[in-house]
Design a binder for this molecule. Sequence first.
Ligand code: SAH
Length: 360
Amino acid sequence: MNRNEILSWLRENDENRLEELWRRADAVRQQHVGDEVHLRGLVEFSNHCVRDCAYCGLRRSHHHLQRYRMSVEEILTCAREAVEFGYGTLVLQSGEDFGITTNWVSELIRTIKRETPLAVTLSLGERDEQELETWKEAGADRYLLRFETSNRALFDQIHPPRAGKISDRLALLKSLKRLGYETGSGVMIGIPGQTFESLADDLEWFQELDLDMIGVGPFLPHPDTPLGQQGIIMQAVPEEQVPNTESMTYKVIALARLLCPLANIPSTTALATLNQAQGRELGLMRGANIVMPNLTPTKYRAQYEIYPAKACINETAKECHACMKMRILSLGRRIGTGRGDSPNHQPVSILVTYQQNSMI
Ligand code: SAH
C-alpha cells in the first residue's frame, strides 16, 4: 500500500467505501493471525510519574490526583488471577516512576516467571537502555512504548523531555528490538495539531520499525491537562486536523493491519470508552486480534485516570473477564490459548544464527 492510498483511506468518510477497508483488514487479520483473540491481563501498578505530558492525567503537575504504588504481593495476586482466568500474558504498566527501581522490577519479573507460566510485558515509559537490558535478562518478554506522534515538533510540545535528557522514543524502540524484546508501539489519534500527513507518517513508521505489537486509540481530552483545557499547543489547518473519533480509530487499526499483517493489535480501552456498547467488537472486526482485560484492583482504578470516563473503571477483574469473553465469543472468534506471541517476532538467537550464516 503506497502513501497516497494510506492518505486517501484516512480522508475517506463514505461509510460504503469504508466497508471495503474493514473487509480487507479483517481478511488479512484472519489470514495472518487467525481467529484467536488473545487476552492480556493489565495491571496498572503505579500512577506516580515524573513527566509532565500535556495529554495525560497522570502528569506530575496534576496535584489533586492521589498517587499509589502497588506492592509485590498485590501484583502477584493479579498474576495468579491472570492464570486462573486463562490469560497468557501479564502487562505491567505505570507512569514514569523512578521510585520503581531496576532491582525491584527485576525481582518482580523473576518471581512472576518462577511462579507462573505468564509472558511478561512491561510498559514503564522511557527507561535507560541498561535497565531495559537487565529486565530482559530477568525474563521480561515484551515492551510497550507508544511514540504518540512521529511529528517531532508536536511531540516535543506535548511531551516535554526530562531535564538534561532527550526524549527519543523511536531510538528507544530500535534498542528494544535489538535487545530481543517483542516490541510494541503506537499513537494517539486526533491530537490537536496532528495532520493527516503526519498520521500517514506514523503508519509508515509502524512498518519501518517492524513492530510486533501496535496499539492505537483516540486522544481523549482530560480536563486537568493543558491539552484538555483547550490549551491548543499547535494548530493544524482545520481541514488537515485529524479528528479524535471512533471512525478515525477504526481506519488506523485497519491500515495498521494491512501494513503490518503479523503484528498483534489490541482493540483498546480508549476505543471502548468512545463506544462502550460496541467499540471493542468493531475494533476486533476491523483488524484487531487482542484485548486487554483490566486486573488492577478496583480501589486503584479510578486513580489511574490517564483520560476521563475510562471504560470498565468500576468493574472487578472477574466482571471484566466475563464481559470480554462474552464479547469475543459473540463474534464467532475463539479465546487465544498460550502466550500469544507475535508471529512477527524472531528471537534474537535465531537472528544471530541467521546473520552468522549469511556472512559465511
Ligand atoms: N508511562 C507509560 C504508560 C503511559 S499510559 C508511557 O508513557 O509509555 C499508556 C498510553 O496511554 C500512552 O502511551 C498514551 O498513548 C495513552 N494516553 C495517555 N493520555 C491519553 C489521553 N488523554 N487520551 C488518550 N490516550 C492517552
